[in-house]
Ligand binder design. Structure first.
Ligand SMILES: [Zn+2]
Length: 184
């Protein structure tokens, strides 16, 4: 399956990242192929979630891969395909540091709900509801934001530059919030 190009900020195609996406109405082979390719692309980039605008397609589609059991990720990885997702309920709030495949080299502290109920359709158009907590709830909110044309930097309470230190480890170094606009 071909890997798709990921649209990144500050590149010629970035406008699509800031545009709300269109509802999906046709649940056929083209959608299935796109979902398969998005999953492969996300895995190849070691991402947890990927939204269609990040591969240049302005439709309400996102894929997420996350373990059911964080203690045993290898055996419990689960793929979520959310088509036309809508967050029905959101509760709680927590600030955590997250990243984004479209924003390489940066991380951001973002306040998100700790529990969400989302309604979506699967690849065949069947509607379902999903209740998610903590990190999965965060990923879903991050991806739904993408579908609404919003990036994590907009909501960031603090932005960090990811730099490699002398030991070869990645460190998140806080950057001045006044630079945030320049980051777009
Ligand atoms: Zn993202």
């Amino acid at each position: 399956m071909p890997l798709l190009d990921i649209v990144k900020i500050n590149t010629p195609k970035e406008d699509i990242l800031y545009k709300p996406t269109q509802q999906v109405r046709i649940f056929g082979p083209a959608l299935h192929m796109l979902l398969n390719n998005m999953l492969e692309t996300m895995r190849a980039s070691q991402g947890v979630g990927l939204a269609a605008p990040q591969v240049g397609i302005s439709q309400r589609i996102t894929v997420i891969e996350y373990p059911d059991d964080e203690e045993d990720p290898e055996n419990t990885m689960r793929v979520y395909e959310l088509i036309n997702p809508k967050i029905l309920k959101a509760r709680g709030a927590e600030v955590e540091q997250e990243g984004c495949l479209s924003i390489p080299g940066l991380a951001a502290d973002v306040r998100r709900s700790t529990q969400v109920t989302v309604r979506a359709q699967d690849r065949n158009g069947n509607e379902f509801r999903l209740k998610a907590y903590d990190w999965l709830a965060r990923v879903i909110q991050h991806e739904v934001d993408h579908l609404d044309g919003k990036l994590m930097l907009e909501k960031a309470e603090q932005v960090y530059k990811l730099v490699e230190n002398e030991e070869g480890e990645i460190e998140a170094v806080p950057i001045e919030m006044s630079l945030k606009q320049g980051v777009r």
